[in-house]
Design a protein around this ligand. Structure first.
Ligand SMILES: O=C(O)Cc1cc(O)ccc1O
Ligand SMILES: [Fe+2]
Length: 445
């Protein structure tokens, strides 16, 4: 574990202290009295701090979607702002990205092994698909990441989108301006657009999925008739307490902006926020706390019942991105074909598997792998899953030790040349449906 940083300063809480709730107006200070009381911008801030507002929504957004925080920091972000050089963002693409000549059909990848080369998060992001247009704040990038080295004196923020981390192997420690977040497989974290961080390894090389959401900030879906409980509950979302670095060292700052990476030299750590308050802040969530609600008599419900977070578009009910999981649950429906049905969807579906087996694809879709079922392309259970589920004895059955997820977007997804050319791209997958047998017999109703 790479831990070259000094112990937390006096008054700071430990690295695993969190505040509970989703989108609350939080307040937290690492030094007593660092937060101004009853105002945001006193003439002089305590401890000689600068006040800075970070707005994640337009100033005039309605209250329910208005997001901003006030940061009390050693130096304002503007002071970090030296001369930037533009860098090639490598395999991290941004929509609209060049489209490879795609076959029309489903696509799937085996897990891509973690490379041996030293890769920080910034060097280890590989875009699988992009959708929409980042500069119009619509769509998303679906990436995999490989991390084999911690960022040391390197910092980063993404202006193009918010970052939803879904670890699949290995834990990460996210040192953010707002405090420290630890995540491991089974958990997720969201770093809002514009929030600076550096990413450290905790227990060896790491691999996972990353959704870069160019659109409206992720929020909890409405529950409608489900009422006030179940699905993802607000209290299980955890935001870090304030923690800062007062570190003068030759460092680099990277900004992902307009699809490129920009870099400048710094002589200090920009993770220098001593206190903050507001509702625009990073958070984590343990996906195993999701309380699934589903059909308890017959039929298979739409996967929207498993939405953890949704990024709304301007059209009601039409998500820019939905983050949906397929967690452990009981299957109890009577006289029902229980796995997902055969379907075609106006939304496009990027899936990953964190652990276990996915019921519609018991073979070939393995932990660390990915699949893409694009706009209006047919998909559903493979032949083995169909035959097994059509003939199974329908006892209550627990789908155990499994966790898959989907980034589902209203936009068609374009596949990167890297993904299409990867050795792990399953070239024969597109035709898996042709193995489904004809069972029709007009003499047998
Ligand atoms: O295609 C998939 O495997 C994801 C999915 C699951 C489900 O239960 C219903 C619809 C759907 O798209
Ligand atoms: Fe689907």
């Amino acid at each position: 574990m790479n831990q070259p940083y000094p112990a937390l300063a006096v008054g700071q809480q430990g690295p695993v202290a969190y505040l509970s709730g989703f989108g609350n107006g939080f307040e937290t200070e690492a030094l007593p009295g660092a937060l101004p009381i009853g105002r945001n911008s006193p003439q002089k801030c305590a401890y000689g701090l600068y006040a800075e507002q970070l707005s994640g929504s337009p100033f005039t957004a309605p209250r329910a979607s208005n997001e901003r925080s006030w940061l009390y920091r050693i130096r304002p972000t503007l002071q970090h702002w030296g001369t930037f050089q533009k860098m090639d963002a490598g395999l991290w693409l941004t929509a609209p990205a060049p489209m490879v000549d795609l076959p029309i059909g489903p696509m799937r990848w085996d897990p891509i092994p973690i490379p041996d080369a030293p890769l920080s998060l910034l060097e280890g992001v590989r875009t699988m698909t992009t959708a929409g247009d980042a500069s119009s704040q619509a769509g998303m990038g679906a990436h995999v990441y490989f991390v084999t080295r911690s960022m040391v004196d390197e910092y980063f923020y993404d202006a193009d989108g918010e970052l939803l981390f879904v670890p699949q192997q290995g834990a990460l420690r996210l040192w953010t301006e707002f405090g420290i977040i630890d995540i491991a497989p089974g958990e997720m974290a969201v770093i809002p657009r514009g929030v600076k961080l550096r990413v450290e390894l905790v227990d060896g090389p790491a691999r996972g999925y990353l959704c870069e959401n160019y659109g409206g900030a992720f929020t909890l879906p409405e529950r409608g008739p489900i009422g006030a409980n179940c699905l993802a509950n607000s209290r299980d979302f955890l935001t870090p307490v304030a923690a800062y670095e007062d570190r003068d060292a030759s460092s680099r700052m990277f900004v992902k902006w307009a699809g490129a990476l920009w870099t400048t030299a710094l002589d200090h750590s920009p993770l220098d926020v001593v206190a903050w308050h507001g509702n625009y802040a990073p958070y984590k969530y343990d996906l195993r706390r999701f309380s699934p609600v589903g059909p308890i008599l017959f039929d298979h419900a739409d996967p929207s019942i498993f939405t953890v977070l949704t990024s709304p578009s301007e059209t009601r009910g039409t998500a820019n991105v939905d983050f949906v999981i397929f967690p452990e649950r009981w299957a109890v429906a009577e006289n029902t074909f229980r796995p997902p049905w055969y379907h075609m969807n106006v939304m496009s579906e990027f899936m990953g598997l964190i652990y276990g087996r996915y019921e519609a694809k018991p073979q070939g879709f393995v932990p660390g792998g990915c699949s893409l079922h694009n706009t209006m392309l047919p998909h559903g259970p493979d032949v083995d899953a169909f035959e097994a589920a059509s003939n199974a004895e329908l006892q209550p059955h627990k789908l155990e030790a499994t966790l898959a997820f989907m980034f589902e977007t209203r936009f068609m997804q374009r596949v990167s040349a890297w993904a299409a050319g990867a050795e792990q791209f399953q070239r024969g997958y597109g035709a898996y449906g042709t193995q489904l047998k004809k069972h029709f017999d007009p003499a047998r109703p």
